[in-house]
Design a protein around this ligand. Structure first.
Ligand code: SF4
Length: 366
């Protein structure tokens, strides 16, 4: 439906105002918000506590859901990848990663991505468009409904990471609105403290984010310890080189809450950025800026036609030891969902039947 209002992108007060324009009292707006965001209903027909005529009028001007799930891929390790389509036919990918004490949902902020990181498959799609607030929120609803049943409270905590397709800081306004909608205790109730946004290094937006009190956590994808190599791997570095990026991180660091750290992600590419010398360069770079941070080493997830291989376990361990010997807190991130193209840098709307259970039209938007 053209020009229909996407209700999943509206906060509770905005939904109340929207229903007021339709001549409805405030409590109807609150009721509808709870149905969409708490009970995660995706079709007006299911919201049977609203009068039938109101549901009919709503369906003429608004949508309870816009994304359609085309396929779901289930990894051997329990990770699920959803390939969805927007109302205008663009791909959106979301990954659900179950863990012992919590679940993590990795969502997309854009369809495709305008940045050209050479180790990332998403880059090959280019930017199709930025996602709307509703499209961001719906990804989380769809993943939770699929994992636990419609509206069922997740048994563990839910963490969100904006590390799917796209550069989140190039869609910051929609993203922050989505996070505020999701934080509502009468809705999904996932607070910003549970959310990490990962950026390739859009310096002005890092500085904007630093000024926001209810901001999510921040992760920076570094991938290289020198400008020369980072220019090659992440061309955004030519616009905002390492010194500028790290000085923005220093500003951001001043806003960290007790116990919070800035995260640096470092994808490990065999023979490209994983030498002992590069580990020392990285430690020196971070120590020179003395930023309260930790480093996540992420062995590259191979994906044809990308020209890289993951660093060997030995190289990853050696790199980690050097960083730690120089006082840098370092962790190695175990890849999840590699077999279904759900791991970092592998999201490119791939249809695959390898090692997967494929479920088509699993969750339909109305
Ligand atoms: S790594 Fe992130 S920012 Fe870089 S191209 Fe891929 S999706 Fe875009």
């Amino acid at each position: 439906m053209k020009n229909a209002v996407q209700l999943t992108g509206l906060s509770q007060p905005d939904l109340v105002s929207f229903l007021k324009t339709m001549g409805e009292p405030a409590y109807r707006g609150r009721q509808l918000f709870a149905a969409l965001q708490h009970r995660r209903l995706r079709d007006f027909d299911e919201i049977t506590d609203l009068p039938k005529d109101l549901r009919a009028r709503l369906s003429e001007v608004a949508q309870a859901a816009t994304l359609k799930v085309e396929s779901e891929y289930l990894s051997n390790d329990g990770t699920r990848r959803y390939l969805m389509k927007t109302h205008d036919g663009l791909p959106v990918e979301t990954v659900f990663i179950p863990e012992e004490r919590r679940d993590t949902i990795c969502f997309s902020s854009q369809s495709g991505c305008p940045l050209q990181c050479t180790f990332c498959l998403t880059a090959q799609l280019g930017l199709l468009r930025s996602l709307t607030t509703g499209e961001i929120v719906e990804q989380i609803q769809i993943a939770l409904n699929d994992a636990y049943g419609t509206g069922v409270k997740p048994p563990r905590g839910t963490n969100l990471v904006a590390m799917g397709a796209g550069e989140p800081l190039l869609n910051l306004d929609q993203l922050l609105t989505a996070l505020r909608v999701m934080a509502d205790p009468q809705g999904l109730h996932i607070v910003p403290n549970r959310v990490t946004v990962s950026t390739a290094g859009v310096v002005p937006r890092i500085l904007d984010l630093a000024k926001i009190s209810d901001r999510p956590h921040l992760a920076i994808s570094l991938a290289a310890p020198t400008d020369e190599l980072r220019d090659e791997l992440m061309p955004i570095n030519k616009r905002w080189p390492l010194e500028e990026l790290l000085s923005a991180c220093k500003t951001f660091e001043r806003t960290l809450k007790p116990g919070e750290r800035l995260t640096f992600e470092y994808v490990m590419l065999d023979g490209v950025n994983d030498s002992e010398e590069q580990a020392r360069q990285l430690a020196n770079l971070l120590n020179r800026h003395s930023i309260k941070s930790k480093v996540n080493l992420i062995p590259h997830n191979p994906a044809e036609p990308l020209p890289y291989l993951p660093s060997t376990d030995v190289a990853v361990e050696r790199f980690k030891n050097i960083l730690e010997s120089k006082g840098v807190h370092t962790y190695v991130r175990r890849p999840r969902g590699r077999d279904i193209f759900a791991a970092c840098g592998q999201l490119a709307a791939r249809q695959t039947t390898l090692n997967t259970r494929v479920v088509t039209n699993l969750v339909g938007a109305n």
